[in-house]
Design a protein around this ligand. Structure first.
Ligand SMILES: Cc1ncc(COP(=O)(O)O)c(C=O)c1O
Length: 445
């Protein structure tokens, strides 16, 4: 049916918003006030962070959990705990947030990129195998959007080559692989509690492990190199202070109470969307593997097939995303640049971290090419924010209707230069997820 798209002035499918993110109310206020009034604002004095660490670790069937200031710090602590040395290589996916790669550089090691599987967006075990060299020490896998990676295959490769497996589970709280929650399936697991995440506290993170020797190192590394039962001014290794604060811990305990119900709602709506989109030609949802017994749904991700859309070259995926946004759906273009093509990597702008030079003086990411990641990043990937999956089934129908409307009326989409004010305006204001640009540096603070 011909309908005028909202991006060219038509009526949007949806004018009501989707649930706002983060959700908060009385429980958050009460816990925060209790933490405030206790006067014990640091993890070492208070009880909130300790309680959260226990709960979170137990929920993930992990023996140990160390709450830290953010997911990036969690990754760095995990790498250092694993004993990564200057010049070691760590295999990672190029389809992730920058921190997955920057943490490796900050551990003075070299990120080596393995390609993804286009259908799942997750790292491809066969590509990991190809990337292994005698210098490979670890693999970081990212459960993209909350879909567990192929952990059996990855652990088998790791065992054969004696590699540490770190799960970057920042998208994947509550996700399950063959009935087991992700994050403690590998040697170490890292989560983020940053504002957009499914369990948010503003900024925060945690490292999980089931291995006592790794736990001892994590404890020390996030706590200034101290040792349990050691003296306060005695530092046994080069740790840092990245302990999570009590106010964040209090917020997490309150958010925790909402988590299971939110996961169940997203799961139900995600499965419903999969089924509805399967009936249409417009898009292909991320392939949910049989091993995924529960999806984390930090992101509901889709792919467009450019051949099916048949649009001219000057109407790229980003215009489709803007058109879907204009219909009132919180859509994003996903990670638009493979990590190895980030300017910091192209320029090897690694600051003081020169560990790679000893073994790879020729390191040049310009030569790195992961074709499937290129396709997903630049041509096909579309994300829907997880807060939309907290809506009703009718809200899901609106998502499907909007995507289908844009597909059916794609002839109205115009080239890059003619995007509507309305669409770019709304993408800049995205609340639950990443805004399109960062804020400008103020003239002065
Ligand atoms: C996959 C992934 N890894 C790591 C991080 C880093 O977490 P944080 O922002 O808490 O430092 C993020 C957060 O955006 C992420 O999405």
């Amino acid at each position: 049916m011909t309908e005028k798209l909202a991006i060219v002035g038509g009526t949007p499918v949806r004018t009501d918003g989707f649930p706002a993110w983060p959700c908060f109310g009385e429980p958050e206020e009460q816990r925060l006030l209790a933490a405030l009034r206790s006067g014990a604002w640091g993890k070492l004095q208070g009880t909130h962070v300790a309680q959260f660490e226990r709960q979170f670790a137990e929920y993930h069937e992990a023996w140990y959990g160390f709450a830290v200031v953010n997911g990036t710090a969690a990754l760095k602590i995990a790498l250092l705990a694993a004993g990564i040395q200057a010049g070691d290589e760590v295999i990672i996916t190029p389809y992730s947030f920058f921190a997955t790669a920057s943490a490796v550089v900050e551990a003075n090691a070299t990120p080596v990129f393995a390609d993804i599987e286009l259908e799942t967006s997750n790292i491809d075990p066969a590509s990991i195998e190809e990337a292994i060299t005698p210098r490979t020490a670890a693999i970081i896998v990212v459960h993209l959007g909350g879909l567990p990676c192929d952990m059996d295959a990855i652990l088998e490769i790791a065992q054969r080559h004696n590699l540490t497996v770190i799960e970057d589970a920042c998208h994947a709280v509550g996700a399950e692989y063959k009935g087991r929650r992700v994050g403690a399936i590998g040697h170490l697991g890292c989560f983020s509690f940053q504002s957009s995440k499914n369990l948010p506290c503003g900024e925060g993170g945690i490292v999980l492990t089931n291995h006592k020797h790794l736990a001892e190192r994590c404890w020390s590394l996030h706590n200034c190199g101290r040792v349990p039962d050691g003296k306060w001014y005695e530092h046994h290794m080069l740790g840092t202070n990245c302990r999570l604060g009590e106010l964040q811990g209090a917020l997490l305990l309150a958010q925790w109470e909402r988590l299971e119900e939110q996961i169940a709602t997203r799961e139900q709506n995600g499965l419903y969307l999969d089924q509805r989109f399967a009936e249409m030609d417009a898009v292909t949802p991320q392939r949910r593997t049989n091993a995924c017994t529960r999806h984390g749904y930090h992101i509901y991700s889709l792919r467009i097939d450019p051949a099916r859309w048949g649009l001219p070259r000057d109407v790229p995926r980003d215009v489709i995303v803007e058109a879907i946004r204009a219909e009132g759906i919180p859509a994003l273009a996903g990670y638009p640049i493979p990590l190895y093509r980030q300017p910091a990597f192209l320029k090897t702008a690694f600051g003081p971290y020169t560990g790679y030079r000893d073994v790879r003086p020729e390191l040049d990411y310009v030569k790195t090419d992961c074709p499937r990641c290129e396709i997903l990043s630049t041509e096909q990937g579309i994300w829907i924010e997880h807060r939309a999956l907290l809506g009703t089934q009718r809200d899901m129908d609106d998502i499907v209707t909007a995507v289908n409307k844009v597909f059916e009326n794609r002839g109205q989409l115009q080239g890059d230069g003619q995007r509507s004010e309305r669409a770019s305006d709304s993408s800049g204001r995205a609340r639950g997820h990443a805004p399109s640009t960062t804020a400008a540096l103020p003239d002065r603070i």
